[in-house]
Ligand binder design. Structure first.
Ligand code: ADP
Ligand code: MG
Length: 226
């Protein structure tokens, strides 16, 4: 127990530092971005290319900071009773148009009723969005992301399954390591943030993946009574 406390104390301090750094860095970035955009209108084509690269890199920095800000708030603070199917339905709706653009169908598969968890809704929704986004990004041409939800042995299971390219054993063992990404514009922070949130929400997360077949992420939470 002592070790655990020390660990969470450490996490708290790191989180607070991360939050203030992220906040302080975001403001000057916004100013620089604004000036670069202004400059774009009055320079020749070659310099325009330089500015384009500079702006793209700024955008990348912003992505990283956004993920850090989320990482910086790992503690669940607003627990409420959430009816899982309705919650998943509205979360999936957010992703549907994104999926359509990428030629990916996103399905919800849930025929049990009375599925409840006591949780921090925005955090859980960030987790689901992160995982669906990864699923969609793993699909090269066209495919499907399926979300299953069901009750078993006093737990609520939520599975996010994609028909994407899957992961090798090496990649699978690296998942959740800070900055591990195989994408050109990835941050390698999504899963790390997801794992931290799940931990804070007293849930469990596991990954199964097969190269060329797809990936299944399983989340488990203690079931709540309505
Ligand atoms: P990012 O998405 O920015 O790369 P993540 O932490 O979300 O960072 O994911 C880390 C890496 O794990 C990805 O770059 C990818 O290689 C792998 N990965 C995560 N989810 C999936 C998935 N559903 N299918 C295949 N690979 C995945
Ligand atoms: Mg990601």
């Amino acid at each position: 127990l002592k070790l655990e406390l020390e660990r969470s104390e450490k996490l708290k301090i790191v989180s607070q530092i991360a939050a203030s750094v992220a906040h302080e860095v975001r403001n000057p970035l916004t100013v620089v971005k604004g000036f670069l955009q202004l400059l774009q209108e009055s320079v020749d084509d070659k310099k325009k290319d330089y500015l384009k690269i500079a702006l793209a890199e700024l955008e990348r920095a912003e992505y990283i900071i956004t993920d850090y800000l989320n990482l910086a708030k790992p503690h669940a603070d607003q627990l409420e009773l959430v009816e899982v199917p309705t919650f998943l339905g509205s979360t999936l709706e957010i992703m549907n148009s994104y999926g359509l653009i990428q030629n990916v169908q996103i399905h919800l598969n849930c025929n049990q009723t009375d599925l409840y968890v006591r949780t921090d809704k925005p955090r859980l929704s960030q987790v689901i969005l992160n995982l669906i986004k990864n699923g969609v990004e793993a699909i090269p041409e066209t495919g499907e992301v399926t979300v299953n939800a069901y009750y078993r042995n006093e737990e609520i299971f939520i599975e996010i399954i994609d028909t994407g390219k899957g992961m090798s054993k090496e990649d699978l063992s690296q998942i959740g390591t800070a900055f591990f990404t195989t994408k050109d514009t990835g941050t390698g922070l999504g899963i790390l943030v997801t794992i931290r949130i799940i931990e804070a929400l007293h849930g469990k997360i596991s990954f199964e993946s097969e190269l060329g077949k797809g990936t299944k992420v399983t989340l488990r939470f203690p079931a709540a009574e309505s």
